[in-house]
Design a protein around this ligand. Structure first.
Ligand SMILES: [Fe+2]
Length: 443
């Protein structure tokens, strides 16, 4: 089945449970407008972020379109930040792995024999080959069957580079290297795949590529408490879908975080349930944003689709959904019975890979109606996400157009303005300290 959004985007719907891919978008016509120099863009970001919310406007288009700006972001925002890669339920057993590329780094996330989840480089410590190139398997390593999980995941007893058969254990330590007896001073024990700094927080596995970020427990301290009642570490990824996005990663982040667009893009889906006018942003924090989306009225129970409300949630969280952004890109949408976690990887200024997932408490997976409920949830996620894909695709085209104008923001765009302040702090080198008084909550 093909879900046709417009001429630029065709989505191949899943024929395999829980797995789907998105067809390459047709090339978009891009206007060749010379970007302003990076230094000017960075100065502009800071000046724009200095405006109070009631005078706020959008950032210069180069922030979303310029290769030089993306390179700056990689060095000053993304590699220094904590990037969420997976949830522990995706690698439940020793040897389970997920192969993924992040900002040009070939990585494998793997649960070791010691049960510790690590993020290793897939670059062989011999001559730099990818130890897990596409289609390469051997006795001791196999990819997941399609029904078991998404492409890129699998199970290994050890890793073996296909180039010269150097082999490594699940912790990345070199175990064997043929014909190295004449290499003077070669010490097998000293050879290890590069291990990137990683931490597990509430069940999610994060990587910090530059190795210098403060620990996640410190960074996300307030959010740790906010989410504790969902017990995310005890949840399970029940839905997984990949989307090829013809837009900048921040276009999606901003779209995810502001509920103003419920009025337009989700006028038939979210707006009747969580009107934009009732949503409100909490006090500015240095490391994350929380927006609350109260239900207009408690939705009528739908036994064919709902899971039981998570009883440990406080009253307020049983009567609303919330969206969170843990800078730079950890996106979470919480509901009374489930969580939606999104992961967006920039592939270029105009292109990103998005993974959308849904997590449910492990206890509900044995419900008799579980499979039907997941199917219903999958369709619902496709429906509302296509509404977002349509606007985000249009925005990226607009950012390249000579008719593009830098618009004014509504108070309901407050998360967009908070993201500007975060980027400005990164540009000034003042992050993670708030370099101005924290903006007040909207309620
Ligand atoms: Fe949306």
């Amino acid at each position: 089945m093909t879900l046709s959004l417009d001429t630029n985007l065709k989505i191949e719907a899943a024929t395999v449970p829980l797995v789907a891919t998105v067809a390459e978008p047709e090339p978009l016509f891009r206007l060749a407008r010379a970007p302003q120099p990076l230094a000017e863009t960075l100065a502009d970001v800071q000046a724009t972020a200095d405006l109070p919310l009631n005078q706020a406007r959008t950032l210069p288009p180069e922030v979303y379109t310029d290769e030089a700006f993306l390179k700056w972001e990689i060095d000053h925002v993304l590699r220094p930040g904590w990037m969420c890669l997976a949830h522990v339920s995706q690698v439940p057993k020793a040897g389970d792995f997920i192969k993924l590329d992040l900002l040009g780094e070939p990585l494998v996330l793997v649960r070791g024999k010691d049960e510790v989840v690590r993020v290793l480089s897939r670059v062989c410590a011999h001559r730099g080959a990818d130890i897990m190139p596409p289609g390469y398997t051997y006795e001791g390593q196999r990819p997941c069957a399609e029904a078991e999980g998404p492409a890129g995941c699998g199970h290994a007893r050890f890793f073996m580079c296909p180039y010269h058969f150097w082999s490594f254990d699940l912790e990345g330590q070199l175990k064997a290297a043929p014909e190295m007896q004449q290499a003077e001073g070669f010490c097998r024990e000293a050879v290890h795949l590069t291990t990137f700094r990683s931490e597990v927080w509430h069940g999610w596995v994060f990587v910090n590529l530059d190795g210098k970020a403060p620990p996640l427990a410190t960074q996300f301290a307030g959010m740790t408490e906010d989410l504790a009642n969902w017990q995310p570490a005890e949840m399970k990824v029940a839905l997984y879908r990949e989307w090829d996005c013809p837009f900048n990663w921040k276009v999606l982040v901003e779209n995810f975080m502001e509920a103003y667009h419920h009025l337009g893009a989700h006028s038939q889906t979210f707006q009747p349930l969580m009107p934009a006018q009732d949503t409100w942003v909490e006090t500015e924090r240095p490391h994350y944003i929380r927006v609350n989306l109260p239900f207009k009225a408690m939705p009528a129970p739908n036994p064919a689709a709902d899971f039981p409300t998570i009883s440990s949630l406080r009253e307020q969280d049983q009567r609303q959904m919330s969206v969170f952004l843990g800078y730079p890109g950890f996106l979470l949408f919480t509901g009374p019975d489930r969580l939606f976690w999104y992961r967006i990887d920039p592939l270029g200024p105009d292109r990103s890979r998005l993974v959308t997932t849904m997590l449910v408490p492990t206890s509900v997976t044995s419900e008799p109606q579980y499979a039907e409920k997941i199917k219903a949830a999958d369709q619902m996620l496709i429906d509302f996400h296509l509404e977002d894909m349509r606007v985000c695709t249009g925005i990226q085209r607009g950012l390249h157009a000579t008719g593009y104008q830098r618009g004014r923001l509504s108070h309901l765009d407050m998360p967009v303005w908070l993201i500007q302040r975060y980027l400005a702090a990164r540009a000034r080198g003042t992050y993670p300290t708030l370099d101005r008084p924290a903006a007040a909550a909207q309620r």
